[in-house]
Design a protein around this ligand. Structure first.
Ligand SMILES: Nc1ncnc2c1ncn2[C@@H]1O[C@H](COP(=O)(O)OP(=O)(O)OP(=O)(O)O)[C@@H](O)[C@H]1O
Ligand SMILES: [Mg+2]
Length: 337
């Protein structure tokens, strides 16, 4: 199936003391309709900035320079370059074709208006629904994302809702526009597991029924295993490994990915000690030369110190690590990064 979004060599440079910071530094990936791809990595690796840049939300950063290409190509339509769109065009893409649930949900709700009014605005704009029909659809949407007593909640103001409820209202509002792609940045972090499961089920249904593509940003590898088809691991502004989910958990190739997986508790409770990766990721203004994970890597070899590794492997599963250069996976075409 052809991609709905294709990101090539995306770069973001932000002026900083001592030279520009490059929190997103050559990111390439694509998503197909109905596919859910997880974007994981430690705090500060550039996940949010990557996703925000796709839909123009980092344009406002003073002095920012954005390079690369983000092609948006819904089925049956001509492809469009999102990075070159005017602010007006982008606003319409954001509200409708591409929905985004932010890490900080508070900033997306207007404190002055009731929930039904805010969701109603989206329904009027995108689905032509008004009055009672819009209210009924609002209640249906709230119910679908696990808001209890949706009729009462619809009539409330944001300050009357808990953080977890607000997060669900934002999701309902985003889904009201019937997007073709959803960017979900830590959408379930503030929620208890039952609600989280309900939201994940609802998103699964939208994928199957409407071909909704999802870029799912999370720290929770358990959720990734449960809902994603593929996973991309980000480290210091770059994707260092990408693979189908099962293959990633069975056979992670990058030492950083292995470190992330070793930090996970196992369900079997086999008593093996949890490890966390020693050290911390570099700041975007001071990436080391060579592989950016090298200073924390137990397996580093000479080239890791000086040269950034290309992706070895194939389009299904690849990782940017010099250790893979002589392994059988390298015999297939290395992915570009
Ligand atoms: N507006 C900004 N201006 C300058 N630097 C920024 C800006 N926003 C984020 N950064 C920096 O860019 C890096 C990547 O930030 P980003 O928010 O994308 O990380 P993240 O992977 O989403 O982390 P988390 O998991 O904590 O949400 C961080 O070092 C952050 O401090
Ligand atoms: Mg983030």
């Amino acid at each position: 199936m052809s991609a709905i979004i294709e990101v090539k060599d995306l770069r973001l440079s932000i002026p900083a003391q001592g030279g520009p910071a490059r929190p997103v530094d050559g990111v390439s990936f694509s998503l197909s309709p109905g596919e859910c791809v997880g974007l994981v990595g430690e705090s500060g690796s550039g996940k949010s900035l990557t996703s925000q840049t796709l839909i123009g939300l980092t344009r406002e950063i003073p002095g920012v320079k954005i390079e690369g290409s983000v092609r948006w190509q819904p089925e049956g339509e001509q492809s469009r370059e999102l990075l070159k769109m005017s602010e007006r065009e982008l606003t319409s893409v954001r509200g409708g074709e591409i929905g985004m649930v932010f890490q900080d949900p508070l900033s997306c709700l207007n404190p002055l208006f009731r929930v039904d009014y805010q969701i109603g605005e989206v329904l009027a704009r995108h689905c032509g629904l008004k009055g009672q029909a819009a209210f009924e659809r609002t209640v249906e949407l709230l119910d679908s994302v696990g808001v209890p007593q949706p009729e009462q909640r619809a009539r409330q103001y944001p300050h009357q809702l808990s953080g977890g409820l607000r997060q669900r209202v934002i999701l309902a509002m985003t889904l009201a526009g019937e997007p073709r792609m959803l960017i979900a940045d830590e959408p379930t972090t503030a929620l208890d597991v039952t609600v989280q499961a309900q939201i994940l089920r609802e998103l699964g249904k939208l994928r199957r029924e409407r071909g909704l593509a999802i870029l799912f940003i999370t720290h929770d590898l358990g959720v990734v295993a449960q809902v994603c088809d593929r996973v991309m691991v980000m480290y210091a502004g770059r994707i260092v490994e990408q693979a189908p989910v099962k293959e990633f958990f069975d056979n992670p190739r990058h030492p950083y990915s292995r470190g992330l997986l070793e930090s996970l508790p196992t369900l079997s409770g086999d008593g093996s000690k949890l490890t966390s990766i020693p050290g911390s990721p570099p700041q975007p203004g001071s990436f080391p030369p060579g592989c950016r994970f090298c200073p924390r890597c137990d397996s580093a070899i000479a080239p890791c110190q000086t040269q950034y590794p290309p992706h070895f492997g194939d389009n299904r599963h690849s990782a940017a690590c010099w250790l893979l250069e002589d392994s059988p996976v390298a015999s297939s075409q290395p992915g570009k990064q």
